[in-house]
Design a protein around this ligand. Structure first.
Ligand code: K1U
Ligand code: ZN
Length: 190
C-alpha cells in the first residue's frame, strides 16, 4: 500500500463533480486501500477520491466502528438536523460549524461491487454527508455564512504557503492533534 498526497484548497479537482465507477476492479480496490492508509496516517475519519487527485465517485471512512468503503453513494433519506464543528483534510487547521442531517441512509456499492444500504447517525451521518459532498465538488466552507467563510479564508491564506503545489505530503504517521489549542475555530477570529 502507499500513502497518497492530499490535494488542498485551491486545487481545482476539489471543485469537480466525480464520475460514477462503472466497474469495481482490482484497481479500484487498490485505490481504496491506499485511501484508507492515507486517511489513517492523516488522523482523519473520512477521505474522498478528489482529495487524492482522483475522479472516481468513491470515498472511504472509519469513525471508530471499522472501515467503510462507498462506491457511487447516493443519500436516499435525511432526518433531523444537528450543528457541529467540521474540519477537512484538504483545508488543514480551518474549522467551522455546519448544520447537517442527524441521520442519513445511503445506497452505494461496496468494495466487491455489491449494492449496500448504510444508515448512519451523528458522526457517521456527518462524515457520510461531508464525503459525498466532496464527490460533488462541495466543501464544508460552502455552508458557512459570508462572514465566517471570509474569516476561514483569511486563515487559509496564511496557512496555504505550507502546501506548495496545493499538495499535502504526509509522513507515515502524522502527529495527532494536540489539545483544543491545536486549531483555531473560525468563530474565534470574528
Ligand atoms: O473528508 C475529509 O476531509 C475528512 C474529514 C471528514 C469529516 C468527518 C466528520 C466531520 C468533519 C469532517 C475528517 O476526517 S476531519 C478530522 C477528524 O479526524 C475528525 C472529525 C470529527 C470528529 C472526529 C475526528
Ligand atoms: Zn473534507
Amino acid at each position: 500500500m502507499s500513502l497518497l498526497e492530499i490535494r488542498v484548497l485551491g486545487d481545482p479537482i476539489l471543485r469537480e463533480v466525480t464520475e460514477p465507477v462503472a466497474q469495481v476492479t482490482d484497481d479500484v480496490r487498490r485505490l481504496m486501500d491506499n485511501m484508507f492508509e492515507t486517511m489513517y496516517a492523516a488522523n482523519g475519519v473520512g477521505l474522498a477520491a478528489p482529495q487524492v487527485g482522483r475522479r472516481e465517485r468513491l470515498c472511504v471512512m472509519d469513525v471508530g466502528d471499522g472501515p467503510i468503503a462507498l462506491i457511487n453513494p447516493v443519500i436516499t433519506l435525511r432526518e433531523g438536523r444537528a450543528r457541529a464543528e467540521e474540519g477537512c483534510l484538504s483545508i488543514p487547521d480551518v474549522y467551522g460549524e455546519v448544520d447537517r442531517a442527524l441521520k442519513v441512509s445511503v445506497d452505494a456499492l461496496d468494495e466487491h461491487g455489491e449494492p449496500i444500504t448504510m444508515e448512519g447517525t451523528e458522526l457517521l451521518a456527518r462524515c457520510m454527508q461531508h464525503e459525498i459532498d466532496h464527490l460533488h465538488g462541495k466543501l464544508f466552507l460552502d455552508y458557512l455564512s459570508m462572514l465566517k467563510r471570509r474569516s476561514a479564508m483569511s486563515k487559509w491564506d496564511r496557512i496555504k504557503k505550507d502546501f506548495p503545489g496545493m499538495r499535502r505530503v504526509l509522513s507515515a504517521q502524522e502527529p495527532p492533534e494536540a489539545g483544543t489549542d491545536a486549531h483555531t475555530d473560525v468563530h474565534e477570529e470574528l
